[in-house]
Design a protein around this ligand. Structure first.
Ligand SMILES: NC(=O)c1ccc[n+]([C@@H]2O[C@H](COP(=O)([O-])OP(=O)(O)OC[C@H]3O[C@@H](n4cnc5c(N)ncnc54)[C@H](O)[C@@H]3O)[C@@H](O)[C@H]2O)c1
Length: 371
């Protein structure tokens, strides 16, 4: 049965893909989006947003705009957020306001007429470091790297005797280790929505998204989306800049799979009241992804530069255990990395983009956030 679905942040990268998916399933979709300059350039309705999406231009902190956007809505998907991890460390007030306060305004507005379902985008960033196993086979949540270790460029996590720990897929039970203002805000969003859901009997699901990639990710935003950042460099004939030694492992998940996971969370009740990982379930090093992207964008194939620098708050390895999403929602990632990257490359073909990566890196350094 078709539903009326509001996506906050619906003009953004994930929101627009989700909107297309939900329209295809026969729903009516409205987006509430303030068209943040850093993401959207001239603050215009993005061309990639389906014509059938009703766009309410407004801020999630603005109660009037939120009330207007919520009118006659059955389902709310809350994606609106400032999304730069490094940037959140110096634009603290704005991140807290948009992400935490904004969620509060949305929840209060929903009390009047609670939706049938609420889905909120959380993030793998709340985990900090992923899970590790030591040589004796014991799982070690909560191990971190010391500043001294990082200054000595000893990148891998170690046990007390200096033996390297083995990274393993991170499951939802891992306690959060919030290493940035962004991560703290995402955890706020997740917990606030789940609390709201249990207090007001609104079936609510938080999706902890891993590294999402795909067409339409803002190339203009140098603060988020590692593949988009690398692409912006390559399109300008410059090599991707990689922190540490490039061997850090991540879980790159196609935006199509994320939209699918979100659609499942809307349609099914198996995950209500829970926070679930949505990833690809596989792991790739950052250097590998940079090399593959460079190779795919042939002609511009620049070798990535390994900077040996460390960014405050970065983790060494984190990739998803998607078992719970599989069990509770029937989620199964369908897009292989190779196919997803080819689709990304097709979208990148012929695109121009200003490379703001060095300016963003300089800003981090000026705030003492890189070593
Ligand atoms: N892309 C990823 O890899 C990833 C990973 C984990 C979690 N997430 C989460 O998924 C969600 C969507 O991310 P995305 O990658 O599509 O980012 P995006 O920047 O493309 O989209 C976010 C959208 O929210 C809008 N927005 C920001 N602040 C707003 C406000 N105060 N009021 C109204 N609209 C506002 C922006 O204009 C933008 O269109 C975010 O909550 C993000 O934290 C993304």
């Amino acid at each position: 049965m078709p539903e009326r679905i509001l996506i906050t942040g619906g003009a953004g990268f994930i929101g627009s893909h989700l909107a297309r998916r939900l329209l295809r399933d026969g729903n009516v979709v409205r987006a509430l989006d303030s068209l943040v300059e850093q993401v959207h350039g001239g603050c215009r309705r993005p061309a990639y947003l389906e014509d059938d999406v009703e766009l309410v231009v407004g801020d999630v902190r603005d109660r009037e705009a939120v009330d207007q956007a919520l009118r006659e809505i059955d389902v709310v998907v809350h994606l609106a957020a400032r999304v730069g991890v490094g940037q959140s460390m110096y634009e603290v007030a704005d991140y807290a306001s948009a992400n935490t306060h904004g969620t509060g305004v949305l929840l209060q507005a929903m009390m009047k007429r609670p939706p049938r379902k609420l889905v909120v985008a959380s993030s793998m960033s709340i985990y900090g470091e992923g899970l590790y196993r030591d040589v004796g086979g014991r799982v070690r949540p909560g191990t971190e790297r010391s500043r001294e270790q990082l200054e000595g460029a000893r990148w891998e996590l170690q046990d007390e005797d200096g033996r390297t720990l083995e990274p393993i897929p991170t499951a939802e039970w891992k306690p959060p280790a919030l290493a940035s203002q962004y991560a703290l805000g995402k955890f706020d969003q997740e917990r606030m929505c789940l609390l709201f859901g249990s207090a007001y009997s609104v079936p609510t699901v938080a999706l902890r998204l891993f590294n999402v990639y795909g067409p339409d990710q803002a190339l203009s935003n140098p603060y988020t989306g590692v593949l988009a950042i690398f692409a912006a460099r390559l399109l300008n004939g410059r090599p991707p800049l990689i922190f540490e030694d490039g061997e850090q492992r991540r879980d790159f998940v196609s935006v199509a799979d994320v939209a699918h996971g979100c659609a499942l969370a809307i349609a099914h009740d198996g995950a209500d009241g829970q926070a679930l990982n949505i990833g690809s379930g596989s792991r790739t090093t950052v250097a590998e992804i940079a090399r593959r992207l460079a190779a795919i964008l042939d002609g511009r194939g620049c070798e990535p530069v390994i900077t040996g620098k460390y960014r405050f708050g970065d983790v060494r390895h984190c990739f998803a255990d998607v078992g719970a999403a599989q069990r509770l929602l029937g989620y199964a990632p369908a897009v292989e990395l190779e196919a997803g990257m080819l689709e990304l490359a097709r979208w990148l073909e012929g695109r121009v983009s200003e490379d703001r990566v060095e300016a963003a890196a300089a800003e981090l350094a000026a705030h003492g956030l890189t070593i």
